[in-house]
Design a protein around this ligand. Structure first.
Ligand code: ZN
Ligand code: ZN
Length: 247
């Protein structure tokens, strides 16, 4: 068992003494003061918040200032995504990359709770209207290998904070190749019919919050949102911890 998942204070303090926690990004031992997000204080200072003018739909940065509120980028006007909005907290670059990597592949699932806490502090006010929290699912085979779904590990503590039910309303019915390795056009084909909605009664006519770890093009969230729409969700707000910077 990873010593960092122990939460009882005296035990955690003793373990910190015996196995000093190591920052996931710079690998320095940080003392005193606890790690948050698995990062030391200087590394947390390097996290890049997403700021500046953004499309009101997909949340991509816009290179113009003084745009009216609710301005949509060309892509969103031509082909409106199935979600109403996509929000993300940070840019997906180091040191956040190391945090997400540890959550997904390092079995440090407690990081999901830390990320949920940050989301709640930064965006909680904008999430009050949602009535159900839905994590983007993994295909069961990938989940079996990983041991858990990282999106669920973020969504569950966030639902608790927001006092709203966590509703596992989506199922991934096709194993899909990892999105990051595919070109944009192949991603769309890879995702088509990848999700099916269930528990429709808990979604119908409700504003839903769809949660994932990282958004690249937003295509995965778009297809998951479309499945929620098909079973009657009133609106879908997509939310991720991070967004891949546009090149
Ligand atoms: Zn560090
Ligand atoms: Zn857009």
């Amino acid at each position: 068992m990873d010593p960092r998942i122990i939460t009882s204070r005296p035990v955690a303090a003793l373990l910190d003494f015996v196995f000093p926690p190591i920052c996931l990004a710079c690998e320095r031992e940080e003392r005193p003061g606890p790690l948050r997000l698995g990062l030391c204080l200087p590394c947390r200072g390097r996290l890049k918040l997403l700021r500046g003018p953004r499309c009101a739909g997909c949340g991509r940065p816009l290179r113009a200032a003084g745009l009216p509120a609710g301005y949509l980028c060309g892509d969103c006007r031509r082909r409106p995504p199935a979600y109403d909005r996509l929000r993300a907290v940070w840019s997906y670059e180091p040191p956040l990359e190391q945090v997400i990597h540890a959550l997904k592949f390092g079995r440090l699932d407690f990081l999901g709770g830390h990320l949920a806490e940050e989301i709640w502090h930064r965006l909680g006010g904008d999430l009050r209207h949602v009535e159900a929290i839905v994590p983007v699912p993994l295909h069961w085979r990938r989940q079996m290998v990983r041991g858990y779904n990282q999106a669920e590990r973020i969504a569950r503590p966030l639902a608790r904070r927001l006092c709203r039910p966590l509703v596992p309303a989506l199922r991934r019915i096709r194993p899909t190749a990892p999105q990051a390795r595919l070109e944009r056009s192949r991603r769309q084909a890879n995702l088509r019919r990848a999700f099916r909605a269930r528990r429709a009664a808990r979604i119908r006519d409700r504003p839903v919050l769809l949660v994932d770890d990282v958004a690249t093009t937003g295509a995965t969230l778009g297809h998951a949102a479309a499945a929620l729409r098909r079973c009657g969700a009133a609106s879908v707000l997509a939310l991720t911890v991070a967004r891949t910077p546009s090149r």
